[in-house]
Design a protein around this ligand. Sequence first.
Ligand SMILES: *Cc1c(COP(=O)(O)O)cnc(C)c1O
Length: 396
Amino acid sequence: MTKPTKGPGKARHPATTILHSGRDPAGQHGFVNAPAYRGSTVLFPTLDALEAYDQQPFKYGRHGTPTTAALEDAISKLEGGQRTLLTASGYQAVTTAILAFVKAGDHVLMVDSVYQPTRRFCDSLLARLGVTTTYYDPLVGTGVADLIQPNTRVVFTESPGSLTFEMQDIGAIAKAARARDATVIMDNTWATGLYFRPLEHGVDVSINACTKYIVGHADAMLGAITANARTTKQVEEARATLGGCPGSEETYLGLRGMRTLAVRLERHQRSALEVARWLAARPEVERILHPAMPSDPGHALWKAQYTGASGLFSIILKPTPRKAVAAMLDGLELFGMGYSWGGFESLIVPFNPTRYRTATQWTAKGPALRLHIGLDDVGDLIADLEAGFARLTTSA
Ligand SMILES: *Cc1c(COP(=O)(O)O)cnc(C)c1O
């Protein structure tokens, strides 16, 4: 672990902490940033040291370098966890975290609004290993207690839900799960530890797809698993056994992204709310799915639990033919169409949850679109969407 630069233990605003954590200028010839260590072999100075393998902080590249330790330390501080383990992608953080706690015969409770690849993992490899999964309604709240079986080892949450933005009552779910000795895992990618700290709400393990906001520039794949004291050993063991490790460049980009996370999220949040309010008044729009909007059914939960909102939300359009949606999207000049999000750029993608949800029903009649509001000038973004609606209307 790298030393915090200054004032360990002092209560400071997270926006300050993320500038100072995971840095040790005094140990790096005064340079402000940790270098990107590239390494596989780590040398041991003596036979005694080699035989006392575990005594040396860095042993082999796969287990981490000073660069990975720096970012792990910074994310642990951001999330309020005991230990963070980096992985090569957010998805690998999800699979590693689940595998850390299950064996054949066990059962997983998985939120129905989860990131789709997480669902595919449960239905394919996890099922093949003899672990069963039950999907539950994201709005279940304390009702999750009724779904916990004697062999339920993991209750997995993601809030707000991928694509559809349902807010989960994390505190209530974690309390019910803990009472039955299940491990609570949360995918915290949307908020990051800056706007929500899952471990303070009873969650054991928090996951970040750092690919999104922590890296923040759409130029690297990276994941992080943050564990509390109760679960650190299991997560460490799973990550080491499964062998997932990020590249040095990606890790460096994660550290670099941390320094501007607070200012970027502030801007994403402000612009996304402005665009959402504008969209809410449009005649083409049926509904906005954004928990920080007072009209959202999850607003009270968001307000009670979160300190901010990021730049990702969805809308449901009034029923309109596919060709009208294509005319709108194909002509957008500032919004790109593509997966992932959390970078500086604005994105838009259509989605349709009816194809894979099992515990809940998607009843929207019109097409749904997910927007990521980037760092562009918000007036320019609104103008781009306005021109898009004009194309939609003339093509309908
Ligand atoms: C993107 C995403 C992931 C996966 O992260 P990758 O780095 O793309 O593998 C996991 N969870 C959520 C909520 C995501 O949006």
